[in-house]
Design a protein. Structure first.
Length: 126
């Protein structure tokens, strides 16, 4: 079973995104945005409008892992959507799209994850 990391601090959206992941047949791994390496996951979904973290920075951190990353946000915030794409999000979906079609969006993300090569982490020399 694939793990999808959901980075969100709003409890309502976090639970909706986690439910979409479960309905897509994957296991949600919840994160609230943090410094350091991202949690181990096959793919990432980042809520751009987190109150306790920088959504664009979280997209960049997740995308740097080499795993497929998508973002969700307000459909009318085009500037934030462009920043998320520039930071490495493959797509940015509106909250409405994730609410109405989340499992299909997650399935497509998981398909991209299965086609993406997974590199072993590079260990620092001792």
């Amino acid at each position: 079973m694939k793990n999808v990391c959901v980075i969100a601090d709003d409890l309502i959206w976090a639970s909706r995104l986690q439910a979409a992941v479960e309905r897509a047949g994957a296991r949600p791994v919840r994160a609230t945005g943090q410094a350091g390496p991202p949690p181990s996951a096959d793919a990432f979904v980042v809520d751009l409008n987190g109150r306790t973290y920088d959504g664009v920075a979280e997209v960049a951190r997740a995308a740097a892992s080499g795993r497929p990353t998508i973002a969700v946000g307000q459909h009318e915030d085009l500037a934030l959507r462009k920043l998320a794409l520039a930071a490495g999000a493959r797509r940015v979906f509106s909250y409405n799209k994730m609410h109405t079609d989340g499992p299909n969006v997650i399935r497509a993300l998981l398909e991209a994850a299965s086609n993406a090569p997974v590199e072993a982490p590079v260990e620092a020399p001792a």
